[in-house]
Design a protein around this ligand. Structure first.
Ligand code: 0WD
Length: 254
């Protein structure tokens, strides 16, 4: 049996087969997990349903994290389906594309609020619901980026949102630790996904990482997936509040 045999996990943030969430779902399934997916809106439903089927996963409905009722609804579905929950993978972020280029100083209040709500607060909102279903302990995982730690060109308000997300990993870890619910993040190197295509000069950032990371390449969603499988499994049971870099080592250079 795999390291995730007998574990049930909710995967949030599959947009298509390039999504990091999809790489994580595939790895988790390969290691024996039973999965459920959410999707954001009808357009993505058509993409997510066939992908879920490939992994024998349930689809527990539409979830737009700006709508608390839709978060409640998917956790109600999970409760009906399984009664309890072992892990959640949160792969959700958003910022207006027009502000993922140029200067951070131009960020509008509206986009700041929306970016922080979707990219940071939503993980806490998810943790609130997951806590109730993680009766036997559990593992919460989110995705972050090096732009939280250092200035990166064009990452702007998303860097500020990721810094807040990384801080929230630590606060959630302390709050939920007594219930043996662990909270960690993967800081992934740049990967060409739908969300990434909104960031200015993204191809240049990919090339830069290829030339300068210790492994002299970028990482794949499969590689992020394998580390995610480890973090949501009992193999990492002594770890919480951790930000683990899966970035071909770029963080030691940049
Ligand atoms: O280089 C990269 N691709 C990296 C991504 C490097 C390091 C970290 N990350 C992070 C992202 O910031 C994000 O947190 O990984 C996570 C997953 O992103 P992804 O796999 O790169 O991108 P994508 O496949 O586009 O999935 C993100 C999804 C959305 O897709 P689109 O592109 O349609 O916005 O987040 C979801 C949505 O499915 N999402 C939402 N879900 C619920 N409610 C919402 C929302 N309001 N907004 C976006």
């Amino acid at each position: 049996p795999g390291i995730l045999a007998g574990k049930r996990g909710l995967i949030m943030g599959v947009a298509n087969n390039r999504s990091i969430a999809w790489g994580i779902a595939q790895a988790a399934r390969n290691h024996g997990a039973e999965l459920a997916f959410t999707y954001q809106g009808d357009a993505l439903k058509k993409r997510v349903e066939p992908l879920a089927k490939e992994l024998d996963a349930a689809v527990v409905g539409h979830c737009d994290v700006t709508d608390a009722a839709s978060i409640d609804a998917v956790f109600d579905e999970v409760k009906k389906l399984w009664g309890s929950l072992d892990f959640v993978v949160h792969c959700i972020a958003f910022s207006d594309k027009d502000e993922l280029t140029g200067r951070y100083v131009e960020t509008t209040e509206g986009n700041f609020t929306k970016s922080l709500l979707i990219s940071c607060y939503s993980f806490t909102a998810v943790a609130q619901r997951a806590e109730k279903l993680m009766t036997d302990g559990g593992s919460l995982l989110t995705l972050t980026y090096y732009g939280a730690e250092k200035w990166m060109p064009h990452y702007n308000v998303m860097g500020v949102a990721k810094a807040a997300l990384e801080a929230s990993v630590r606060y959630l870890a302390a709050d939920l630790g007594p219930k043996n619910i662990r909270v960690n993040a993967i800081s992934a190197g740049p990967i060409k996904t739908l969300a990434a295509s909104g960031i200015g000069d993204f191809r240049y950032i990919l090339k830069w990482n290829e030339y300068n990371s210790p492994l002299r390449r970028t990482v794949t969603t499969e590689e992020v997936g394998e580390t995610a499988a480890y973090l949501v499994s009992d193999m990492s049971r002594g770890m919480t509040g951790e930000i683990l870099h899966v970035d071909a080592g770029y963080h030691v250079v940049g």
